[in-house]
Design a protein around this ligand. Structure first.
Ligand code: ARG
Length: 588
């Protein structure tokens, strides 16, 4: 389907042409004076110079050709030369009828599907998931869904952090705690135990303890570095331990992501890129890109146009160990080999921007990827507490994701029980569904790059620009539709008639903007645009609902039309929240 706005522009362009002006002047935008008109065209202002004419004269010439337009009911030239527009009721209802019969609400799959890898989530094995990882998971999941909705082949990769110092720290700490384990016996010949020597609970305590210790105890730190190196070189006992750490951790991570309704196609990890490192480094050296600088192997990535200093990209440390950059570069090699992506998008904390500038430039410069392959970085801001500082627990510690979710669900449960008469057994489940919407909407409704304040009270409110408000609106529509069906009605019959009130027309216009919004939100990788769209749509729906007695309407055709409109609104809202990664309950 064509975008509503494009259809309006086509009609307008034709009028410009008929009046003897260039068609390209017929651009239409949403009115910035909604009290006066719905849309406006500023083409006469833009054309004044070219045609050496007062803009108002041009506007007057143009509107003469719109007097019996089937698209506009009002096209008015106003000083100093704007054209104020209102759309014909019949034109909108016809447009919505077309949307209604389309399974995808008028959004056509792209004719040029791209393979896009999204690198998101990015948790580190054996470290508890914290709120910093929440944003990556939520934003990445939404962009993945948006891309698929537009018809692209999108591959989500969790890209586990499993190869850094944290592994050496855990191994070394464990060695001190349980020195008799066979993993630490260099002469051990038999098979290592199948059972992990720790539970997830223990594992999660080992890491913070080891990390704290490494900051005070230099010798311990050196041992951990050494253990990391030995692991990377394949020492059997350490590899076996690493396997246990991975299994225990991944099981737990999957459970957590499931709670967030976040899924990945690939559970790849940093270590999967290791086999690609030697050849990659060799190539960089041979082709003259990499050189030794104080023992370390580096590639220059600065460019003339840089306004700030971009340090060289470090490929290997002086002891030959690989780094975060090395792994990311080798992962690019692996991704190119396995998937030939058109684009790789990284959804990572914006504080890592410099790292990605270096990695992207180095990958392009050294030819790891074809020139046309896009590397993009979506850097997100920090989630802060009400005090404006990074979100913490009440005790001041790092907030774990599970606890955050539990807190929200508890708050939601309280509100649901207070507000509604949902039976208790449903209330728990409903609280989880609504709680997830509260978290995700609270996050996604902010422009991703900005920091935002995580405010449980506000996010869980049923009023205002919140997830629960959107769900509440959907549930309200569902309940009207259900009552209609219970009274013998069906959702198949009837057609959407012309709007009979201002609030109905406003609702219809809002619905007609879905296609343009969906295309634009994906293009700009901006889930917050979906949020502002559905917030406005929900407001328009509620205004219409308060002014209209739907189920008691006596004119059957009118009632059917409203039911059709409601059903369309429900589909648009549900499709939108699915793109955001949450869903609505039946009742709340
Ligand atoms: N594990 C990293 C962290 O917690 C994020 C990984 C992001 N992805 C990447 N390819 N570097 O900071």
């Amino acid at each position: 389907m064509k975008k509503m706005m494009d259809l309006l522009a086509e009609e307008m362009s034709a009028a410009f042409e008929k009046a003897g002006y260039d068609a390209s002047l017929g651009k239409v935008t949403v009115s910035n004076r909604p009290d006066l008109c719905e849309y406006q065209c500023n083409g006469a202002m833009a054309g004044a110079k070219t045609y050496h004419k007062a803009p108002l004269m041009i506007a007057e010439d143009v509107v003469k050709h719109l007097t019996d337009s089937s698209v506009f009911s009002v096209a008015e030239a106003v000083k100093p030369g704007f054209i104020n527009l209102k759309v014909r009721e019949s034109f909108i209802s016809h447009y919505l009828e077309q949307m209604k019969v389309s399974d995808s609400l008028g959004v056509e799959k792209t004719e040029d599907p791209k393979t896009i890898i999204i690198d998101y989530g990015g948790p580190n094995v054996a470290k508890p998931l914290h709120v910093g990882h929440l944003r990556s998971a939520i934003i990445g999941e939404s962009i993945k869904r948006m891309g698929r909705f537009m018809g692209h082949k999108v591959i989500g990769d969790v890209h586990l952090g499993d190869w850094g110092l944290q592994m050496g720290l855990i191994i070394t700490q464990l060695r001190d705690m349980k020195p008799d384990l066979p993993y630490f016996d260099d002469d051990f010949q038999g098979e290592y135990p199948k059972e992990a020597p720790f539970t997830i609970g223990e594992l999660e305590e080992i890491y913070p303890a080891a990390s704290a210790r490494s900051k005070e105890d230099e010798q311990f730190r050196q041992e951990a570095l050494e253990a990391t190196h030995l692991l990377q070189e394949g020492k059997p006992g350490y590899r076996a331990l690493w396997n246990h750490i991975m299994n225990v951790s991944v099981t737990d991570l999957k459970k957590n992501y499931e709670k967030l309704n976040v899924t990945f196609d690939l559970w790849k990890k940093e270590s999967d890129a290791q086999p690609y490192i030697p050849d990659m480094v060799e190539k960089m050296k041979q082709e003259g890109y990499a050189y030794l600088d104080q023992g370390a192997l580096v590639v220059d990535v600065k460019e003339e146009s840089d306004t700030k200093e971009i340090p060289p990209c470090m490929i290997l440390k002086s002891d030959g160990a690989s780094l975060y950059t090395t792994t990311d570069l080798a992962t690019i090699v692996e991704r190119e080999k396995l998937f030939h992506p058109d684009e790789i998008l990284y959804v990572v904390d914006k504080r890592q921007e410099m790292h990605f500038i270096q990695v992207f430039r180095c990958a392009k410069k050294t030819g790891l990827l074809p020139d046309k392959t896009k590397l993009s970085f979506l850097g997100f801001g920090t989630m802060n507490g009400k005090d404006g500082k990074p979100f913490k627990t009440r005790e001041g510690g790092v907030m774990r994701l599970e606890h955050l979710i539990a807190d929200i669900n508890e708050e939601m449960f309280k509100k649901i029980v207070e507000n509604r008469s949902v039976r208790d057994k449903d209330a728990q489940e409903t609280a989880q569904i609504v709680g997830l919407a509260a978290i995700k909407y609270g996050d996604l409704s902010n422009q991703a790059t900005k920091d935002y304040v995580f405010d449980i009270d506000r996010f869980t409110s049923f009023e205002g620009n919140t997830g629960p408000y959107i769900l509440y609106t959907i549930v309200r529509i569902k309940s009207i539709l259900n009552r209609y069906i219970e009274a013998g009605g069906n959702l198949e019959s009837g057609e959407i008639l012309e709007a009979s009130s201002d609030s109905e027309k406003a609702l219809m216009l809002a619905l007609s903007g879905f296609l343009a919004m969906a295309v634009n939100a994906f293009e700009e990788k901006a889930p917050h645009k979906i949020c502002s769209y559905i917030y406005e749509l929900a407001n328009e729906f509620n205004r219409f609902y308060h002014e209209t007695k739907i189920l008691s309407e006596e004119d059957e055709r009118q009632k059917e039309s409203w039911i059709q409109l409601l059903n369309l609104a429900k589909r648009v809202l549900e499709t939108s929240i699915d793109l955001l990664g949450f869903s609505a309950p039946e009742r709340m």
